[in-house]
Design a protein around this ligand. Structure first.
Ligand code: SF4
Length: 409
């Protein structure tokens, strides 16, 4: 089996490779083949750490699994996640597959031609675009569109330096047809993603290379989510064979469920990663989707309601509608399955710089914050300060009304 199919198991060629191999998944599961062990790891890492990369090392060079186990682990993982019977688990799994795929694509694009032609199996951006029917919808910026970018109305794109420049292997900017742009991106990612704030000309939207990768990440997540959950009769066939693996995953999820949010909002005690993200947003800089997810998951994780998060982020680059969308989703009844990403994951995204080596202290920002809250002598909750300030500004009656409104939600 092809290592490239194993790296990108959601590609059409990979699905064909699985079909051509005529492997019986029930037999594989019954034999507890390495693909099954890897599938369990895949789902566990997705739900716990937001990645599906193997802990044994990067595929293919360092991983303990060969191409066959890696590739076949994907369809088995999809069965496992279906058996978890949880919509948030499917969302998290799809997001983790997409995040890992984009990390691999980013590495592939950075691989130099010499290495590419030797043994390392890599994809080119054109391959990825073609895979998602975007070959005709995305093109690198040319000097002609440079001129248009300078002249087009709009926010971030129009004010870009225009240095994106010459078409070539690594252009800095691309133009994407407006239909796919709207389908693959979301205003909830931040103000700069709104069409009104974009350079737009001749039905095309200007995006940076990183933004194009963000859109492709959404395309991968859509592809992974497609068809899930499978309809499987519990206790029969492959579902019966996977029962203990599913039970282990459910147990892990419930162990990861917090006893209850710490329910104190003390920004002075927030871990450095979260303080850095808040500072960045307060300077008016847009947060990337992983940054914004990490921050929202943390704020919801400490017990803040969507209204409180909106008020807390009022003077930042984050827009109220986007905050509401994300936090309401995270505050879902089963939102405990969306714990904030771990310190390890945040380090991979460059969000954590492990200040003062405090990764030694906690596995995730919420656990770190809980420790600091427990150690603090005296804490004034930001919500109390905010309510007092609101009373001073609006008078006690109005402040009382808005609190009651918030409480009744
Ligand atoms: S070690 Fe964890 S809590 Fe500390 S800054 Fe990094 S991600 Fe945040």
């Amino acid at each position: 089996m092809d290592a490239l199919d194993a790296k990108y198991p959601f590609f059409a060629t990979a699905r064909e490779a699985v079909a051509d191999a005529a492997v019986s998944l029930p037999e594989l599961v019954a034999a507890d083949a390495p693909a099954v062990e890897r599938a369990r790891e895949r789902v566990e890492r997705a739900l716990m750490d937001g990645t599906v990369a193997s802990e044994s090392g990067a595929f293919p060079a360092e991983s303990a699994y060969d191409a066959q186990a890696e590739l076949l682990s994907y369809p088995v993982a999809r069965i496992l996640v279906s058996l978890l019977d949880s919509e948030p688990a499917i969302e998290k799994y799809a997001a983790a597959e997409a995040a890992t795929a984009i990390d691999r694509i980013r590495e592939d694009l950075a691989t130099d031609d010499e290495l590419r032609s030797m043994s390392t199996p890599t994809v080119a951006l054109d391959d990825v675009l073609a895979e998602f029917d975007l070959a005709d919808a995305v093109r690198p910026e040319s000097p002609r569109s440079d001129a248009r970018a300078g002249g087009a109305t709009g926010g971030s794109g129009a004010t870009a330096t225009g240095a994106g420049g010459a078409p070539g292997r690594d252009p800095e900017h691309y133009w994407i047809a407006v239909g796919p742009y709207l389908r693959l991106t979301s205003p909830s990612w931040g103000e700069s993603w709104r069409l009104v704030n974009r350079a737009l000309a001749d039905g095309e939207v200007r995006v940076s290379r990183e933004e194009l990768l963000d859109a492709l990440e959404a395309a991968v997540a859509d592809r992974v989510r497609e068809g899930l959950p499978f309809e499987l009769a519990a206790g029969e066939g492959i579902a019966a064979e996977l029962e203990s693996g599913v039970a282990d995953l459910k147990r892990l999820l419930s162990e990861r469920t917090y006893a209850g949010p710490v329910d104190v909002v003390a920004p002075d005690l927030f871990p450095p990663c979260m303080r850095n993200l808040i500072d960045k947003a307060e300077r008016g800089t847009d947060l990337s989707p992983p940054e914004s997810f990490a921050l929202m998951a943390f704020l919801v994780g400490i017990g803040m309601s969507p209204d409180e998060v909106v008020a807390f982020c009022a003077d930042t680059s984050l827009d109220a509608e986007g905050i509401r969308y994300q936090t309401e989703y995270l505050s879902d009844d089963r939102g405990t399955q969306y714990p904030p990403p771990t310190c390890e994951t945040l380090a991979n995204y460059g969000i954590c710089h492990n200040e003062e080596d405090h990764m030694q202290v906690a596995a995730d920002p919420l656990a770190y914050y809980e420790t600091r809250v427990a150690e603090a002598d005296e804490i004034t909750d930001w919500r109390e300060r905010n309510a007092t300030a609101g009373e001073a500004e609006n008078g006690p009656e109005e402040a009382g009304e808005s609190e009651a409104e918030a409480g009744s939600e």
